[in-house]
Design a protein around this ligand. Structure first.
Ligand SMILES: C[S@@+](CC[C@H](N)C(=O)[O-])C[C@H]1O[C@@H](n2cnc3c(N)ncnc32)[C@H](O)[C@@H]1O
Length: 486
């Protein structure tokens, strides 16, 4: 079934029956237990238990829930507005909160969501997706001893705000369990989905239990945890639960090698940053033919890497650039100084209909002058932001610049790029890229600059035996299976 935009905007993905059955069986232990689903959709969690209450903001879903679970109390409301006034406390809260990314989770709803989350001690930033405040605020509506069970996006394993949520849950529940599920619970979604359980509301725990399973099967009890991750390992800067999916032998070796004096983090030897943002890429990048037609002098352009796919495997050199220009790719960035006179050809191009249209775009409007793109640097190398099987770290021998579709890499303290490129391709570093980056769905691995900065690179004097190498290769395979890349 194709998902409409409205459905995506509201995060309307309904939970498969076996997951609803498993979660509700665990959440409610007695016929009289009260259950709250804070975003009940068509009411499938409510249907499973008589004493249930649901909240739903979408009118048609709310109607569907009332029809499906006539025994339940179903409120047509925004959950956070409703929670503010709710004095009742529940034995159990659960369901599948909407996954609305922070760019769309805005306005009064977000304001209220973040304010109410602070009641549980969860101070989320503005960059938080909706699901985490849903869980935190619902947790705040439990009675002492109450239980919580939610389907959650797999980003609970790596998002910055997941650390905030898990830390708050550990401070308010005697047990917190995350079930990482490799095979998709929602085949139509690109993001993976895991399951979160917490019990003993009012207590506290010093660690998150982690169960690692291939599939989520129907059962009354959650799968058994195979690891316990101390709270400090979940909440400290840069920490992520996802790393603990690795088989213990792989994780043990990875931790040992990360602390070895023969390794460094990428940030110790190079600066990684995002490339420039034009606000109107099609206008700001010309082909050689277009630049000639408009009379834009080459001195007012820079050759740019616009996207990762444009990169050859190891080096961008003069021959690469010549090939781009011969193929008439639009790779000439209009690189104009903020002050000083502009040639007639450039003026004509800026005054064209396309130029006037570009000048009205948000990013252009908010800079002065609108046509001078900031942050254009010539890095030592380019690093792919999103990668398939392998990341690409490509030397820049042609003084090219790049958009924010690739990262800039600049060596620090006179370190040699060749040494980094060699280190980057080793099994240790490739495993580290999997551990410190995060899956984006569709098999892609994303490395944000901060994540890239944490990647471990062997930096002289690291001795690995055959067995170590095998363990690292096993770790790479394992991590790639979890991000669904062959
Ligand atoms: C992922 S669906 C899950 C529905 C149901 N709990 C299930 O598991 O099948 C999330 C639901 O949250 C609803 N929703 C989105 N924002 C909401 C809000 N602020 N308050 C209440 N419901 C909301 C959406 O309309 C959608 O039906």
């Amino acid at each position: 079934m194709a998902l409409t935009d409205a459905k995506k905007r509201l995060g309307q993905y309904y939970t498969p029956p076996h997951v609803v059955a498993s979660l509700t069986k665990w959440l409610v232990r007695d016929r009289t237990d009260s259950l709250l689903d804070p975003s009940c959709g068509d009411g499938r969690f409510l249907e499973a238990h008589r004493e249930s209450t649901g909240v739903e903001s979408c009118e048609s879903s709310w109607r569907a829930a009332r029809e499906r679970a006539p025994h339940a109390t179903v409120h047509h409301a925004d959950f956070f507005q409703w929670a503010l006034r709710c004095e009742h406390r529940f034995d159990a809260v659960g369901g599948n909160p909407p996954f609305i990314r922070y760019q769309h989770f805005t306005g009064k709803t977000r304001e209220m969501a973040l304010a109410l989350s602070r009641r549980l001690g969860a101070s989320f930033s503005q960059l938080t997706s909706s699901w985490a405040p849903f869980v935190a605020v619902a947790a705040g509506l439990l009675r002492p001893g109450g239980r919580l069970g939610f389907v959650v996006p797999a980003e609970i394993g790596h998002a910055t705000y997941a650390r905030t949520l898990l830390g708050a849950l550990c401070a308010h529940f005697s047990r917190v369990l995350v079930v990482a599920v490799r095979h998709k619970l929602f085949p139509e979604l690109s993001e993976d989905t895991w399951v979160l359980y917490a019990e003993g509301c009012g207590g506290k725990t010093d660690g998150v239990d982690l169960a690692v399973v291939d599939r989520f099967d129907c059962s009354e009890a959650p799968p058994s945890a195979s690891r316990r991750v101390p709270v400090s390992e979940v909440t400290r800067d840069g920490a992520r639960l996802r790393k603990h999916l690795l088989p213990p032998a792989v994780l043990g070796l990875y931790e040992r090698l990360s602390a070895d004096p023969g390794t460094k983090r990428l940030a110790d030897v190079a600066d990684v940053s995002i490339g420039y943002v034009t606000g109107a890429n099609d206008f700001f990048h010309l082909t050689l033919r277009a630049a000639d037609l408009w009379g834009v002098p080459r001195a007012f352009t820079r050759v740019a890497v616009r996207r990762g796919e444009q990169l050859p495997p190891r080096v961008v050199d003069e021959a690469t650039v010549e090939e781009w220009l011969r193929s008439d790719l639009p790779v000439l960035l209009l690189a104009l100084p903020p002050t000083g006179p502009l040639p007639d050809g450039v003026r004509r191009y800026l005054d064209s209909a396309e130029g006037r249209e570009a000048g009205r775009r948000y990013k252009c409007r908010v800079r002065d002058p609108w046509y001078s793109v900031p942050g254009v640097v010539v890095p030592d190398a380019f690093l792919s932001v999103m990668s398939g099987k392998e990341t690409a770290l490509v030397q820049n021998l042609a003084a090219c610049v790049c958009t924010n579709s690739v990262h800039t890499v600049r060596m620090r303290n006179g370190e040699a790029f060749g040494k980094l490129q060699e280190a980057w391709c080793t099994p240790l570093s490739r495993l580290s890229q999997e551990v410190e980056g995060h899956p984006l769905g569709g098999g892609l691995l994303k490395l944000e600059p901060r994540e890239a900065g944490r990647v471990v690179v062997p930096w002289g004097g690291l001795a690995l035996n055959r067995q170590d190498l095998d363990v690292l290769l096993e770790g790479i395979d394992f991590a790639r299976q979890w991000r669904h890349v062959a």
